[in-house]
Ligand binder design. Structure first.
Ligand code: UDX
Length: 441
């Protein structure tokens, strides 16, 4: 069966490239002509480990094609994946489903024979029914949500924890099981369920993980008051196998990205629309944003509520390492506040400088972009760490002392041991861990 994938974002492109790599015939469709032209030449639009290699391989084998001609793609393919973006609708909490329904209308108009329509974009529960209303009963609509993590997306796709197939149609289940077969060699990980269950599973999985982070963020606030240490607490609770260690790093300043905030918001919106108390999920967002604010206030308070004339080195602009994605990244808030308060920002990131520059807009002119991580520290009053990138996990203390006005660090990711930092003479501030005065030389 030939497959067309609508949308060449993180989900669509990874899906297309990984399927092509195991021998499926894939046509990726997008409305962005420039992006499609670049993809045809093997130019990958995003930073994502191993994706360029899969892309090259797909183009070389001829299994992976790119086009803006959706009409032809709908005529020539049997399975149509919808993998377009569903950001938060501006001015509301809801997901913006306009791109999904544009594809659905195109399917209705141009898909002459019966298709399997695989809904991969993250959507509120019930969207499959609405898509079915648009495309008509001739086509079979399936929910097949994606669980990939940015920065590890190719590996997540090729070695999935589970592949959820939401349809009650046995024949369609078999067809989809077949196309996912190459990724099930070690162990069968297909989970079949109804379409609404699949839709809800996806949004709830992200909300559940976000809840764990918010629970840690919440305890961080209390830990700080009593000199308890969240890193120790994480060890203590994670060793209970019912709890486990994953997703128990307090987000600190940095709960963000393209999925967690928007999916929790969309869950709240649909619960409220259906008159169901969404309190627990509303708190998730509140706590996590409060934590970001608290981090910024911590820095502001340290400087007696004035950043005038102060120079800040910022390490980490993306919402997490291994990606150039800056959506809902802490860096945007932190740098905006620094500039609002007439401070100076020197920023460094291995992948995300260009996207950050675009996102921050005109203010870009006031920012110094530094390609050398340690050069960014020259003459800085403070270093602010905003992601847990590998290159930030060990510090060159000598360089820090040499280059900065004085060694002062605000760590939004709790990467270092506060006592060790103090011993090395660093004035080190993080979240939910005790503070120790730096040792005098
Ligand atoms: C997430 C889900 O993990 C993935 O399954 C889904 O398909 C898309 O959304 P992603 O947004 O790429 O993936 O990033 P993830 O690694 O899950 O991190 C999300 C946010 O939580 C980041 O801001 C990260 O810094 C933060 N986080 C994560 C924490 O603050 N603490 C943790 O312990 C883990």
């Amino acid at each position: 069966m030939k497959i067309a994938i609508f949308g060449t974002g993180y989900v669509g492109l990874v899906t297309g490239a990984c399927f092509a790599n195991v021998g499926q015939e894939i046509t990726c469709v997008d409305i962005d002509e420039q992006k499609i032209e670049n993809l045809k030449k093997g130019i990958c639009p995003i930073v994502e480990k191993d994706l360029s290699a899969r892309l090259d391989q797909g183009l070389r084998s001829g299994n992976l094609k790119f086009t803006t001609n959706f009409q032809k793609a709908l005529e020539e393919n049997d399975i149509i994946f919808i993998a377009v973006g569903t950001p938060t609708l501006s001015g509301s909490q809801k997901a913006d489903l306009s791109a999904v329904f544009t594809v659905a209308r195109e399917i209705k108009e141009f898909a002459k024979s019966s298709k399997i329509v695989v809904q991969k974009s993250t959507v509120p529960v019930g969207t499959g029914d609405l898509i079915e209303d648009v495309v008509g009963e001739k086509h079979e609509v399936v929910s097949n949500p994606e669980f990939l993590k940015e920065g590890n997306a190719v590996a997540d796709f090729e070695y999935p924890d589970r592949v959820i197939i939401g349809t009650e149609n046995e024949k369609t289940r078999k067809i989809l099981a077949e196309i996912y077969r190459p990724f099930m060699r070690k162990k069968e990980r297909l989970v079949f369920m109804s379409r609404p269950s699949a839709e809800l599973t996806k949004v709830f999985a992200n909300s559940m993980l976000a809840m764990r982070i918010s629970a840690m963020n919440s305890i961080t606030e209390l830990a700080e008051k009593f000199g308890a240490d969240v890193a120790e607490i994480r060890e203590g609770i994670g060793s209970d196998p019912r709890i486990g260690f994953d997703f128990l790093f307090p987000g600190g300043a940095t709960f963000g990205g393209s999925c967690f905030p928007k999916d929790v918001r969309a869950l709240v919106a649909i619960m409220e629309e259906n008159k169901i108390d969404a309190g627990i999920f509303k708190e998730v967002l509140k706590i996590n944003y409060r934590q970001r604010q608290k981090f910024i206030f911590k820095i502001f308070d340290y400087f007696n509520k004035s950043f005038i004339g102060k120079k800040f080195a910022i390490w980490g602009l993306s919402f997490k390492p291994g990606t150039d994605d800056v959506r809902e990244a802490a860096s945007l808030n932190v740098v905006n506040v620094i500039l609002d308060e007439r401070g100076e920002a020197v920023v460094f990131d291995s992948h995300a400088m260009e996207n950050f520059r675009r996102e921050i807009g005109e203010r870009d002119q006031k920012i110094i972009y530094q390609n050398d991580q340690y050069e960014a520290l020259r003459g800085a009053d403070a270093l602010v760490i905003l992601t847990d990138a590998m290159e930030f996990r060990s510090l060159n203390i000598a360089k820090i002392k040499d280059l900065m006005k004085r060694p002062l660090i605000f760590d939004g990711k709790n990467l270092h041991d506060p006592l060790e930092m103090a011993d090395q003479g660093i004035d080190y501030h993080c979240m939910g861990r005790p503070y120790y005065s730096p040792k005098k030389e």
